[in-house]
Design a protein around this ligand. Structure first.
Ligand code: G
Ligand code: G
Ligand code: MN
Ligand code: NA
Length: 248
């Protein structure tokens, strides 16, 4: 309960920060986009998003936290006009009937092209509240916002959902990528998963790439976008700007 109070004031004070992790073209190695990730630094140390995101979902703070993350990451992304921006959205947010209108209004207010924005969602929501999820997704897709199915392969393997909800991209969970280091079967599973997406004409991002052997296998298997510590760790907005300047 104490953490809940702290989180509430942190959100109110704008103390939840966004860091940005590069999304890299598999063919050229250039950064084409950034994924925003929430960070909470307190006097007592950092609290992991694996702790405070579920907490925010449980205690009704996720809409405010999500709105803050969208606003702050879009504001930063205006400094990187050539890059796409991905923002994680909790299933709880997507089930809020006001969600889509709020996203659209933030983009208008900040004059941000909706075509640059991808919302990453996990498959859970598609099971628990498919009707509201679909309404939100459809409303946002109409203005040009894209959707990525996040953490694919670690929950129910819903290839059906990829089609039914009109996902623009699939993100392969890093547990499947790290399985590449543990034996030959890992590569077979990945290739099969990527082929399925490719057959549906849905491009694939691989997450959690930590070594060049993994990157080579995933590139050969048909991923067009790579993400992970090998390509770049999540960085502050200032460090991203520095990195982009180095590369220019
Ligand atoms: O950044 P890190 O890998 O520690 O994130 C851990 C988990 O928290 C991941 O599942 C990630 O998707 C989630 N997460 C990080 N930032 C956000 C956010 O802004 N909103 C939501 N809903 N989830 C986030
Ligand atoms: O669920 P989602 O894919 O949004 O989670 C992203 C999380 O994965 C972030 O918390 C980020 O810090 C973490 N992450 C990103 N790249 C790597 C990686 O190469 N290795 C590991 N172990 N974690 C990573
Ligand atoms: Mn994600
Ligand atoms: Na993920």
């Amino acid at each position: 309960a104490e953490l809940e109070t702290l989180l509430k004031s942190a959100i109110g004070a704008g103390a939840i920060e966004a860091v940005f992790q590069p999304l890299v073209s598999a063919s050229t190695g250039t950064v084409t986009g950034l994924e925003a990730l929430a960070r909470w630094r307190t006097a007592a140390g950092n609290v992991s998003p694996e702790v405070f995101i579920p907490l925010a979902e449980r205690c009704g703070l996720i809409d405010a936290l999500g709105a803050h993350m969208l606003r702050t990451s879009v504001a930063h992304a205006k400094n990187w006009p050539d890059l796409a921006l991905s923002v994680n959205v909790s299933p709880v947010q997507l089930c809020n009937p006001e969600f889509a209108a709020e996203v659209i209004s933030v983009l208008r207010e900040l004059d941000f092209d909706p075509k640059r924005l991808t919302l990453e969602i996990t498959e859970g929501v598609l099971m628990t509240n498919p009707d509201q999820a679909r309404r939100s997704i459809d409303q946002l897709k109409r203005v040009g916002i894209k959707f990525a199915l996040d953490d694919f392969g670690c929950g129910y393997a819903s290839i059906g959902a990829l089609r039914q909800f009109g996902f623009d991209r699939m993100k392969i969970d890093r547990s499947l990528v790290s399985a590449l280091d543990e034996g030959a079967k890992g590569a077979d599973v990945l290739r099969a998963t990527i082929s399925l997406a490719t057959a549906l004409q849905i491009p694939v991002t691989a997450e959690g790439i930590e070594n060049s052997r993994q990157a080579a296998i995933l590139r050969d298997a048909g991923c067009d976008q790579l993400q992970g510590y090998l390509m770049g760790k999540p960085m502050s907005a200032r460090d991203i700007s520095g990195k982009l300047q180095e590369e220019a």
